[in-house]
Design a protein. Structure first.
Length: 456
């Protein structure tokens, strides 16, 4: 499949996985192949489950399982035909949301924003450069790698981060022996989760704009390095933004080397949050290239992940010396990492790969997540406790390899404000999400100096 055609594909459910792994689901998903790149209606189904393995059953069958849960009920994104397939698998789905997509002629693909104000990769990167130019004593931009398309000579992007702090000699250097503790925030590893990138944008604006004005921000900037990767999957974001006012719901990166075509039934690419080399290939993943949680041909196969992990290793010492799942990081370990996702309304922590296994720092991680959950009004726990198990994720990798206190915040509408979904009205960013998430980010950054000792 050409990359030009790839950019026009929307998220779908996968017939390939059903045929290969669950034959009984083949006819259930056959209708999905009729869907076009910009289907006229997206349908969200609430799916009651009765067994822990039901989530994996849905994943294996190729369904687009959303990062959302209500009690024992999961949620699946599809079209009008998806309910029939779910029923043939033995589930009893209920339609909870139907979204009419704008007519194709109303899309707008030019400029720095799309779909009401969401920022393109170019706009995000220009914003980082502007921060560094306007505040040279507070911000510096670092290029840490290349996206898959750029690495293969097919366009794409550099991978960029920004370090924000009140600069002193040696600050923001690529060395794990930093004078200041480091708080790391990353967004849009899943490209379609637009609120996450906008949150990172506002976080960097607050840090630079409120220095010398807000005493808490000033103290934080004087004592801590804040690192931000606003778009960990820029090739994927390009695909999302190519739809203009009708965003393409691309989750994965743009790597089309693992399969020639998904037809209209899915999207080529690797799920970067299933590709990290910790518990790779475990629960919550698929080996089918068209599946939404395709783990890739090997652990850390994707340049976006390899580069990100290289940056982490440059910024943080490896203090968790044991290799067992229960081996702890030392109590005096510094640093914290948060990966932003949407839209479950949850705070998650390792191990996300298997909720039956607890890390050696479980009590401290659980307490920190609980505090961030109380600030945001979100539930907290290991992924499989409150959502579903998901192997090969970023926060499991940073905790496993480095001992870094690591979390996923699933930004969601926990108050029924009409701001749910991957592409809520852009007005939700300032009116709802930012006031909810900002205090949690402050709390986390303020505890980066001693996270395992300061979970209060």
């Amino acid at each position: 499949m050409s990359r030009k055609r790839l950019a026009g594909l929307a998220v779908g459910v996968t017939v390939m996985a059903a045929a290969a792994m669950l034959p009984q689901a083949t006819t259930a998903l056959a209708g999905a192949s009729q869907r076009g790149a910009h289907r006229d209606t997206d349908v969200v189904y609430e799916v009651p489950t009765h067994h822990k393995q039901d989530a994996q059953t849905l994943i294996t069958a190729g369904y687009d399982l959303l990062e959302r849960r209500q009690g024992d009920n999961l949620f699946v994104l599809g079209d009008r035909t998806t309910g029939d397939g779910l029923r043939r698998l033995g589930f009893a789905p209920t339609v909870v949301q139907t979204v009419k997509r704008p007519a194709a002629g109303k899309t707008a693909t030019a400029g720095d924003t799309y779909d009401g104000g969401y920022h393109t990769v170019g706009a995000q990167y220009a914003h980082l450069d502007q921060l560094a130019a306007q505040h040279p004593d507070l911000a510096t931009v670092v290029t840490y790698g290349k996206s898959w398309l750029k690495q293969t000579g097919s366009g794409g992007h550099d991978l960029k981060a920004v370090c924000v702090t009140k600069m002193k000699p040696g600050d923001c250097s690529l060395s794990p022996d930093s004078a200041k503790p480091r708080f790391f925030l990353m967004s849009q590893i899943h490209a379609r989760e637009l609120t996450t990138g906008e949150t990172s944008w506002r976080w960097t604006d607050e840090l630079t704009g409120q220095y010398g004005k807000d005493p808490d921000i000033t103290k934080l900037m004087d004592t801590t390095e804040m690192w931000v990767v606003p778009m960990a999957n820029p090739d994927g974001v390009d695909i999302v933004a190519s739809g203009g006012d009708n965003p393409v719901w691309q989750r994965k990166n743009a790597d089309d080397s693992n399969g020639t075509s998904c037809g209209w039934s899915g999207q080529i690419g690797v799920d970067l949050n299933r590709n990290a080399g910790t518990h790779w290939g475990g629960l919550g993943t698929s080996t089918e290239p068209c599946n939404e949680v395709y783990l890739g041909p090997a652990a850390d196969s994707e340049p976006e992940n390899a580069a990100l992990e290289g940056l982490f290793r440059q910024l943080y010492p490896a203090v968790r010396t044991g290799t067992g799942d229960s081996d702890p990081a030392p109590a005096d370990a510094r640093g914290m990492m948060i990966s932003l996702h949407s839209d479950a309304g949850m705070v998650l922590f390792p191990w996300e790969s298997d909720h039956r296994v607890h890390s050696g720092n479980d009590a401290a991680l659980r307490a920190l997540a609980g505090r961030m959950g109380s600030i945001t009004g979100y539930r907290s726990g290991q992924a499989g406790e409150i959502l579903y198990d998901a192997s090969g994720g970023t926060d499991d990798w940073t905790y496993d390899k480095l001992g870094l206190a690591s979390f996923t915040i699933e930004i969601g509408d926990s108050d029924g404000r009409g701001c749910d979904g991957f592409t809520p009205a852009y007005s939700c960013q300032d009116s709802y999400f930012w006031p909810k998430i900002e205090p949690a980010l402050r709390y986390a950054a303020q505890h980066a100096a001693a996270p395992y000792r300061s979970a209060d």
